[in-house]
Design a protein around this ligand. Structure first.
Ligand SMILES: Cc1cc2nc3c(=O)[nH]c(=O)nc-3n(C[C@H](O)[C@H](O)[C@H](O)COP(=O)(O)OP(=O)(O)OC[C@H]3O[C@@H](n4cnc5c(N)ncnc54)[C@H](O)[C@@H]3O)c2cc1C
Length: 394
């Protein structure tokens, strides 16, 4: 057995001994805790799993031990990731810090930024939110206006960010701010790290039609942000943000690797419309559900192929746009089909006449509409596909 085989055997044995059996089912929405100083767990086993992974340094296995990681080289990091997937382990944490801004700080951060932010981030104790979108800058992000004007050792920040996911749990925000109006829109943007407890920061949750409220609008009123919290060069934030998005894709591919099958529609639709000799009684619905199940299966396989392409160093930017478009569409069609099958029972909100799973289906249907907006809208993905994949003229 070579060193790597020995390491793999150790990882397997550790997971066998330490992964709580109660977490062996696919996680429900909201069951994976969000990294934060206010971290909350839905169960004692979820807490245990997080603490064990944190103490092992495996929340960020390739980060240096001084920053909360395990200091593993890329081969060993890969082994940990593969074995976690093989054992069907849930991610112990959702963390924009570990997945996105942490790797950016490792690459662009000053020594002071690394020692201030990375240890807590690597242990899941500092939660981050992403302050990119603004009321008039979403798809056209480079139009952002939130201003940062230098005054001594600080920037004075004014403006607002919108659709900021989980800002109410976050301790820090990595934000894109306008530091210059010279040159192109992209050239006047800088990335800064903002303390969410700083004076002048107001977080206002936005209520959604799904009844959930994970979004916020965040207002900045003369907020002092130390210049030492600037990430990368002044007016060089666009390049830093592009790098950050490559880390986002890497993190998303880890989720894709898990390849957790979503719940099948068949039992729900059968229950709602009736079971005819083991089949959904309505031929129209049978056809619809079969089509969706096939689509989902094909997408799972394609996603796996993209992950393999990424691992072999291929650029997957364009093909990712196609997948993003397709996946959003399938998710939306899935919940629409479920609500259609449930009929009036799929349109309940909170009355006693509805079962718990029926009420959840309604919320899921409304919630799934966000997929075609988050992380770049479907129309924007179609533009990318038209230009970069199909080579159509502007
Ligand atoms: C679940 C979710 C989580 C999010 N989390 C965050 C977060 O944490 N941090 C953050 O900064 N942002 C976040 N966002 C915001 C997200 O990035 C923006 O909503 C997205 O970029 C679209 O911007 P917008 O909402 O301003 O819509 P707009 O850009 O105003 O678009 C409105 C409509 O016009 C269409 N459109 C726009 N431009 C074009 C074009 N060139 N061609 C064709 N059609 C076009 C769009 O497709 C859309 O239908 C989140 C959004 C969602 C839904």
């Amino acid at each position: 057995m070579n060193e790597l085989d020995t390491f793999r055997a150790e990882v397997r044995a550790w997971l066998e001994a330490n992964y709580p059996p109660s977490l062996r089912t696919p996680p429900q929405e909201g069951e994976i805790p969000m990294a934060s100083s206010k971290i909350e767990f839905k169960s004692e086993d979820a807490r245990l799993w997080y603490e064990r992974m944190r103490d092992k340094g495996w929340l960020a296995p390739d980060w240096p031990t001084a920053f909360g990681g395990a200091g593993l080289d890329s081969a060993r990091t890969r082994i940990v990731e593969v074995e976690l997937t093989r054992a069907g382990c849930r991610p112990p944490l959702v963390s924009l810090g570990i997945w996105m801004i942490g790797p950016v700080l490792l690459e662009f951060g000053t020594d002071e930024q690394k020692s201030t932010f990375l240890p807590g981030t690597g242990r899941g104790e500092i939660g981050w939110c992403q302050g990119f979108s603004e009321p008039n800058a979403g798809s056209d992000l480079a139009s952002l206006k939130m201003s940062a004007v230098r005054e001594g050792d600080d920037f004075i920040v004014n403006g607002s960010k919108i659709w900021t996911s989980y800002a109410f749990l976050a301790d820090q925000m990595y934000a894109l701010v306008r530091t210059s109006n010279e040159g192109t829109k992209q050239q006047g943007i800088t990335m800064v790290l903002i303390d969410m407890k700083a004076s002048g920061v107001t977080v206002r949750p936005i209520d959604l039609i799904s009844g959930k409220s994970s979004f916020c609008q965040v207002f900045f009123d003369n907020v002092r942000v130390p210049v030492k919290n600037m990430v990368g060069p002044l007016n060089g934030g666009w390049g830093v943000a592009k790098r950050l998005l490559t880390f986002e894709r890497k993190a998303m591919s880890k989720f894709a690797e898990l390849n957790l099958p979503g719940p099948s529609l068949v039992p729900v639709v059968k229950k709602a419309l009736g079971d005819a000799n083991g089949r959904i009684s309505s031929a129209v619905m049978r056809d619809k559900v079969a089509g969706l199940e096939i689509e989902t299966h094909v997408q799972g396989l394609t996603q796996q192929r993209i992950v393999e392409m990424m691992k072999s160093g291929k650029d997957v930017t364009n093909v990712s746009a196609t997948m993003k478009y397709q996946l959003s569409d399938t998710l939306k069609k899935g919940s629409e089909t479920m609500v259609a099958a449930l009929g009036l029972q799929g349109l309940g909100w909170e009355s006693e006449g509805f079962a718990k799973d029926e009420l959840e289906a309604t919320k899921q249907w409304l919630n799934d509409k966000a997929h075609s907006i988050a992380g770049g809208s479907s129309e924007v993905q179609l533009n990318i596909i038209a230009k970069r994949v199909l080579g159509l003229p502007e």
